[in-house]
Design a protein around this ligand. Structure first.
Ligand code: UDP
Ligand code: MG
Length: 341
C-alpha cells in the first residue's frame, strides 16, 4: 500500500429514488467488495433523485461515517437517466461504474470489470446472460424493443445490457460532451464508442422495494430511445405518402377512363367514406410522429439543465479537479454551494 494515493480511483455511481429499504443492504454488500479489489481506491457517488422517503437522511448518515461515500441531492425527482448523468458528472474516478441501488446488478462482478479494464478495455459491458428473473411480458417486450430499435437506428445498442458497466475516464469525458437533454443513456453510452469488452452475468431479482418503471414509463423510454437515435419514423411518412399517392393516381386514372367509357356511376358512398376516414387517421398518425420529434426539438431548444443539485454532502474535503461538463454547455451546476467543510 506504499503508493496509496497513486492507486486508481474507482467511482461507483448510484441513483437512489425511494430506496430506503434497499439502502443498507446495498452498502453492506458493495463496500466489502470494493475494499477487496487490490491497488485501488474508491468513492461511491450517491445521487438522491428527489426521494420522498428517508433515503436522503440515511445516505447522509452513511456519508458521515464513511468519507468515501458522497451524496448529491437533486432538487426534485428528475428521473433515472438525469440522476445517472448527475452522478457521472460528479464522479472524479479513473473508472466510473453506474450501478442500481436495488442490487439487481451484482456488485460481485465489479472486480471482474476492473480486471478487464486493467487489461486495456475502455468500456466493460455487463450483459445479462438471461432474463429469467423478468416477467414473460417484460421479456417479450424487451426482445421486441431491441429488434425494432436496432432495425430503425444506425446505432446498434447491445442487447440485454443495462447501465451497469465500467467506463474509463476518457469515455466519461467523451460522454460529458454530449449536450442533449433527452438522455437515453444506453444509446449515449453506445454512441461514444471506444474499445469495448462484454462480461456476462445473471441478473438477480430486486433486493427490496419495488420497481419504479411501470409499463408506461418503459414505453416512454423506448420512444425516447428510438426518437433520439433514428429519424426513420419521420422519413417513413415520405415513402408511405408517395406510395399512397401513386396508388391514388392509378386508381384515379382508372375511374376517369371508366367514366368516360361507361358514363357516370353514382353509388360509392361507403367506399368514399371509408377511404376518407382511413386517410384522415393516417394523416393524424403522421402528424403525431412529427409531433414526437418537434416536442423533442422544443425541449432541447429551451436548453434547460438536465438536473439541479440542491446540496452535496461529503465528510472530509478531498482534492477534486474542477468538475462540470465540457466547456460551452453553460449549465447550472449548483443552486446552493457545497457544504463548506
Ligand atoms: N431511479 C432513480 N430515479 C427514478 C427511478 C429510479 O434514480 O425516477 C433509480 C432507482 O433508485 C434504482 C435504479 O434507478 O437505483 C433502477 O430503478 P428500478 O430498480 O426501479 O428499475 P428496474 O430495475 O425495474 O428497471
Ligand atoms: Mg431494479
Amino acid at each position: 500500500m506504499g503508493n496509496y494515493a497513486e492507486a486508481p480511483l474507482l467511482s461507483l455511481v448510484v441513483p437512489f429514488y425511494n430506496e430506503s429499504e434497499a439502502l443498507h443492504v446495498f452498502f453492506g454488500r458493495v463496500v466489502p467488495i470494493l475494499e477487496s479489489i487490490p491497488r485501488t481506491r474508491f468513492e461511491i457517488v450517491c445521487v438522491n433523485d428527489g426521494s420522498a422517503d428517508d433515503t436522503l437522511a440515511k445516505l447522509v448518515g452513511m456519508s458521515r461515517r464513511d468519507a468515501r461515500i458522497r451524496v448529491i441531492d437533486l432538487t426534485r425527482n428528475f428521473g433515472k437517466e438525469a440522476a445517472l448523468t448527475a452522478g457521472i458528472d460528479e464522479a472524479v474516478g479513473d473508472a466510473v461504474i453506474p450501478i442500481d441501488a436495488d442490487l439487481q446488478d451484482p456488485p460481485e462482478l465489479i472486480p471482474t470489470l476492473v480486471q478487464r479494464w486493467r487489461q486495456g478495455a475502455e468500456v466493460v459491458l455487463a450483459q445479462r446472460a438471461s432474463r429469467a428473473t423478468d416477467s414473460l411480458l417484460k421479456r417479450i417486450s424487451a426482445a421486441a424493443y431491441y429488434r425494432v430499435h436496432n432495425r430503425l437506428s444506425d446505432l446498434k445498442i447491445p442487447e440485454n445490457v443495462g447501465d451497469f458497466r465500467l467506463m474509463d475516464r476518457a469515455v466519461v469525458n467523451a460522454l460529458k460532451q454530449l449536450p442533449e437533454r433527452h438522455r437515453f443513456m444506453k444509446g449515449l453510452f453506445a454512441w461514444v464508442g471506444f474499445n469495448t469488452v462484454i462480461v456476462q452475468y445473471e441478473r438477480a431479482p430486486r433486493s427490496a422495494g419495488k420497481s419504479k418503471f411501470s409499463g408506461w414509463r418503459l414505453w416512454n423510454l423506448a420512444l425516447e430511445g428510438i426518437t433520439s437515435f433514428s429519424s426513420v419514423p419521420l422519413r417513413s411518412w415520405t415513402y408511405l405518402g408517395t406510395f399512397i399517392a401513386m396508388l391514388a393516381f392509378c386508381y384515379g386514372t382508372f375511374i376517369i377512363a371508366r367514366t368516360m367509357i361507361l358514363g357516370v356511376d353514382v353509388p360509392g358512398y361507403a367506399s368514399v367514406l371509408s377511404l376518407l376516414l382511413f386517410f384522415g387517421g393516417l394523416q393524424l398518425i403522421g402528424l403525431g410522429v412529427v409531433g414526437e420529434y418537434i416536442g423533442r426539438i422544443y425541449d432541447e431548444s429551451k436548453g434547460r439543465p438536465i438536473y439541479l443539485v440542491k446540496r452535496r454532502y461529503q465528510e472530509r474535503r478531498q482534492e477534486r479537479p474542477p468538475h462540470g461538463r465540457a466547456a460551452g454547455n453553460g449549465r447550472v451546476i449548483s443552486l446552493v454551494a457545497s457544504k463548506p467543510n
